[in-house]
Design a protein around this ligand. Sequence first.
Ligand SMILES: NC(=O)c1ccc[n+]([C@@H]2O[C@H](COP(=O)([O-])OP(=O)(O)OC[C@H]3O[C@@H](n4cnc5c(N)ncnc54)[C@H](O)[C@@H]3O)[C@@H](O)[C@H]2O)c1
Length: 293
Amino acid sequence: MTNRIQTVGVAGGGGTMGAGIAIVAARAGFKTVVYDTNRDALDAAFDQTRGFFEKSVARGKIPAEQLDDILATYVLTTELDDFAECDLVIEAVFEDLPTKQTLFRALNTICPPHTLFASNTSTLSITEIASGCGREDKVVGMHFCLPAQLMKLIEMSPGLNTSDDAFAAAWAWTEACGQTPVKTQDKPGFILNALLVPFNNDVIRAVEAGVATPEAIDTAIKTGLGYRMGPCELIDLIGLDTQVRLCEAFYPVTHDPRAAAPPLLRRMVAAGHLGRKSGRGFYDYDDGAMFGG
Ligand SMILES: NC(=O)c1ccc[n+]([C@@H]2O[C@H](COP(=O)([O-])OP(=O)(O)OC[C@H]3O[C@@H](n4cnc5c(N)ncnc54)[C@H](O)[C@@H]3O)[C@@H](O)[C@H]2O)c1
């Protein structure tokens, strides 16, 4: 089945993760159909994508003569029907179960029977996302890390009805892209978010309680534990609104009080302090770069 993957679709390609996932696919030479319901977001993401690839050329990571070929693999679209020739569709739309289910049910009527569906969900169940889509055996969890175009890790999880063949084919595709897959159960948060969502909330509560400033916490974590990025820097990169959505998906399933969105997080989102994407979060930014500058 792996050899049949030639064309890859990315749903939600105007968003932070979708744009990065599309880069992973296009960079590896796959024809990449990028779909989003928001045309402006799609165009803005493609501008940033072009900038990312131009920087990669300037840094010697991609030969200059490959730039046009890579960009030519992109098809930008707001029409779901353009997924009709995809062998693999990866969804990175909003973290909302009905939205993802509706998308896969619609795709089932558009894509050929062999097409694999992958979900980049952070917290939702792959089995539930697949439920009722009509090809539950071909749905896999494929959780990329932010920023997807730079981070090698992908958490791969089969749903209860996923076939071994489909899982193996999706796994092989991630390796063909030069990524590092790890297998995890279909459990909320998989490996990273199960640990990270409560931890990030602990950090936000510590800031709110005045334990230390975001700068001091980040310095402590980076210099004391050797992390490359402080948690407040990371939350700004993830997006504070995304952290709220993660909590709202995670808490009802786990009932872990540490997974409940802290009041300061909600206030910052209400104030529009969403992190890098809005130019202000725990820190101020003036580059507005969705890919983290
Ligand atoms: N941000 C992260 O750190 C991160 C990391 C790993 C996984 N994820 C997961 O990736 C997914 C996307 O997160 P994000 O942070 O990129 O969100 P985002 O808000 O940046 O992007 C979502 C995109 O999906 C589009 N969209 C929404 N509904 C759609 C639909 N029905 N059809 C097509 N496009 C649609 C939106 O217009 C938007 O461009 C979520 O499931 C999230 O849990 C996020």
